[in-house]
Design a protein around this ligand. Structure first.
Ligand code: KIV
Ligand code: ZN
Length: 514
C-alpha cells in the first residue's frame, strides 16, 4: 500500500467554536479544553481572537504559555494593530502561528469592506509581510473564499505566499459550497497558484447546508492538506466541520482516502463530552460518532447480527473513539491519591487548593452514588474549579414539594461574596427555585430553554441540566450536574447567570460584525 499522506488538523473550537451562541468560556475553561486538545493530538489550536476582547487576549496568552507540543494560532484581521496584538498574545508559545484574514469575494468587498480588489490584495500582502517579520509560521485566510472569483483567489494566494504565508486557507465562510464544486475549486487553486508548493493548502467549512464534513473530505481528496475543524462541529450559526467526523472518515476508510492524522482517536469521546460540558452545548443523541445513540443497536435484526459478529452492523468499534460505557473509575473508598492520579491522568492540572475542593465534592458524591465514572469526574472538576471566581454562587438550597404541598424553595446565594437569602413559591419545585434565584439576583434575563438528562446510566446518575438564557440580545448557556436534579437545575441557572455577566464584559465579536 502507498505511504499515507498526512492531513494537518487545525482545531478552532476555542475561536470559531466559541462563536456559537451562548458558548463563551472563561480562561480556566479554555485552558482545560486546550490541554485536552493537545492530548487528543491536534496539530494546531486556534486559541482565540486576541483583538476581540481583553478576556480573549488573556486566554490566548495563557494557552500559548501552557502548551508544549501543538502550534498555537491567534486570529487577527489584516491590520498591523490586530497582528501586533495577536503576536503579543502568542509569542511565548512553543510553536506560535499568526492567522490573518481578509475577505476576497466581491460581495464582501462591495458591501462590507468597501474596497477594490487591488486594495484587498495590497492589504493582504502587507499584513502577511508584517506577520512574517514576527514569525515564520503565518497562515492567511481568504474569507468567503468559496464565493470569490477563483482567479482572483489564486492571485491573492500567490501574492501572500510570496510575502511569507506558509499556509493558505480557503474558507466556505457561509456554508454555501457543495462537495464537487468545492473540490473543483481546490483543484483550480492547486493548478493556478504557481507557488502553491511553498504553502499548505487548508480548508475551513461551515455547516449551513449540513455539508461541512462532505466539503472538507472532498477538498482533501482534491489535495487540501489541512482541515479546520471543531469538536462536536460547534461554531457560528450551524457550526463548523466536525473534527470527529473528518478524523473517523479518514481512519475508517483508509483505502479510499489514503490519508492519516495525528489524532489519538480514543480521546475523541472524552473530548467531545468535555466540550459539551464546558460550553453547555448538548450533543444530539443521533450525532455521528459522539452521540449517545451512535453505537446503540435497537432493532432486533441488528442486535442479532451484532451478537453473531459486530462487523455485520458496526463500522467502527466504540472503544476506537473512547466510548467505554460504564467504565468504573472510582468509588466511595477511593482515597485522595487515587482521585488525584485520575485527575492528572485526564490532563487536568489543578493546584493543591483546587484538588482539595474537588476531593470534598468527590466524597460528597461518592456517599450518594455507588460508582464514580469518568463523566462524573469531569462534572466535579467543572463545577468545582473551572468556573473560577463568579458573581453568583449557590450556598444553600431547601425545597419542599409533593402531591399535597405547595412547592416552596429557600435559597442562600453569595453575590460577589455578599450573602443573600430568600424564599418563594412556584408552580413546581424548579419553578420555585428559579423564582427565588431570579428575585435574589434581580436578573432581567429570560429563560429560553430548560432541559434535563442523565449524565451516566442508572437511577443514581447525576442529573445534567442545561438552561439557555437571554438578556438584551446576549444569549448564555448554563449547565449544572448533581444527583439531585433540583440542585442541578439551580446550579445550571446560576451558571447561566454568571455566563451572562461574563459576556456583558467580554462580548464575543462575530466575524460578520467586523
Ligand atoms: O469562516 C471564516 O471565514 C473564518 C475565517 C476567519 C477563517 O472563520
Ligand atoms: Zn469560520
Amino acid at each position: 500500500m502507498e505511504q499515507k499522506n498526512k492531513v494537518v488538523i487545525f482545531d478552532t473550537t476555542l475561536r470559531d467554536g466559541e462563536q456559537s451562541p451562548g458558548a463563551s468560556m472563561n480562561t480556566a475553561e479554555k485552558l482545560r479544553i486546550a490541554t485536552q486538545l493537545e492530548l487528543l493530538g491536534v496539530d494546531v489550536i486556534e486559541a482565540g481572537f486576541p483583538a476581540a476582547s481583553k478576556g480573549d487576549f488573556v486566554a490566548v496568552e495563557a494557552i500559548a504559555r501552557k502548551l508544549k507540543k501543538c502550534q498555537v494560532a491567534g486570529l487577527c484581521r489584516a491590520s498591523e494593530d490586530d497582528i501586533t496584538l495577536a503576536w503579543d498574545a502568542i509569542k511565548d508559545a512553543a510553536f506560535p502561528r499568526i492567522h490573518t484574514f481578509i475577505a476576497t469575494s466581491d460581495i464582501h468587498l462591495k458591501y462590507k469592506l468597501k474596497m477594490t480588489r487591488e486594495e484587498v490584495l495590497e492589504n493582504a500582502v502587507n499584513a502577511v509581510r508584517y506577520a512574517a517579520s514576527l514569525t515564520p509560521n503565518v497562515e492567511f485566510s481568504a474569507e468567503d473564499g468559496s464565493r470569490s472569483d477563483p482567479d482572483f483567489l489564486c492571485k491573492v494566494f500567490e501574492a501572500v505566499i510570496d510575502a511569507g504565508a506558509t499556509t493558505v486557507n480557503l474558507p466556505d465562510t457561509v456554508g454555501y459550497a457543495v462537495p464537487e464544486e468545492f473540490a473543483a475549486l481546490v483543484t483550480h487553486v492547486l493548478k493556478n497558484t504557481p507557488n502553491i508548493d511553498r504553502a499548505v493548502l487548508s480548508v475551513h467549512c461551515h455547516n449551513d447546508l449540513g455539508l461541512a464534513t462532505a466539503n472538507t473530505l472532498a477538498a482533501i481528496r482534491a489535495g487540501a492538506r489541512q482541515a479546520e475543524v471543531t469538536v462536536n462541529g460547534i461554531g457560528e450559526r450551524a457550526g463548523n466541520t466536525s473534527l470527529e467526523e473528518v478524523v473517523m472518515s479518514l481512519g475508517t476508510r483508509p483505502n479510499f482516502f489514503n490519508e492519516m492524522t495525528s489524532i489519538d482517536t480514543t480521546r475523541i469521546y472524552p473530548t467531545s463530552r468535555l466540550v459539551s460540558m464546558i460550553t453547555g452545548i448538548m450533543i444530539q443523541p443521533n450525532r455521528a460518532i459522539v452521540g449517545a445513540n451512535a453505537f446503540a443497536h435497537e432493532a432486533g435484526i441488528h442486535q442479532d447480527g451484532m451478537l453473531k459478529n459486530p462487523m455485520t452492523y458496526e463500522i467502527m468499534k466504540p472503544e476506537t473513539v473512547g466510548v467505554n460505557k460504564n467504565s468504573l473509575v472510582l468509588g466511595k473508598h477511593s482515597g485522595r491519591h487515587a482521585l488525584y492520579a485520575h485527575i492528572s491522568e485526564k490532563g487536568y492540572n489543578l493546584s493543591e487548593e483546587e484538588l482539595n475542593i474537588v476531593f470534598e465534592k468527590f466524597k460528597h458524591l461518592a456517599d450518594r452514588k455507588k460508582s464514580i465514572l469518568d463523566e462524573d469526574i469531569d462534572a466535579l472538576v467543572n463545577e468545582g474549579v473551572l468556573r473560577g471566581s463568579e458573581v453568583f454562587c449557590l450556598k444553600y438550597l431547601h425545597v419542599s414539594s409533593g402531591t399535597t404541598v405547595c412547592p416552596h424553595a429557600s435559597v442562600h446565594l453569595t453575590i460577589n461574596d455578599r450573602l443573600v437569602k430568600g424564599a418563594t413559591e412556584g408552580n413546581g419545585p424548579i419553578d420555585s427555585v428559579f423564582n427565588t434565584i431570579s428575585r435574589l439576583t434581580g436578573t432581567k434575563s429570560e429563560l429560553l430553554r430548560f432541559t434535563v438528562s442523565a449524565l451516566t446510566e442508572g437511577t443514581d446518575s447525576q442529573g445534567e441540566v442545561t438552561v439557555r438564557l437571554s438578556e438584551g440580545g446576549i444569549v448564555a448557556l448554563g449547565k449544572g450536574s448533581d444527583p439531585d436534579i433540583i440542585t442541578a437545575s439551580a446550579l445550571a441557572y446560576i451558571n447561566g447567570l454568571n455566563r451572562l455577566e461574563y459576556l456583558k464584559s467580554n462580548p464575543v465579536v462575530r466575524l460578520e460584525a467586523l
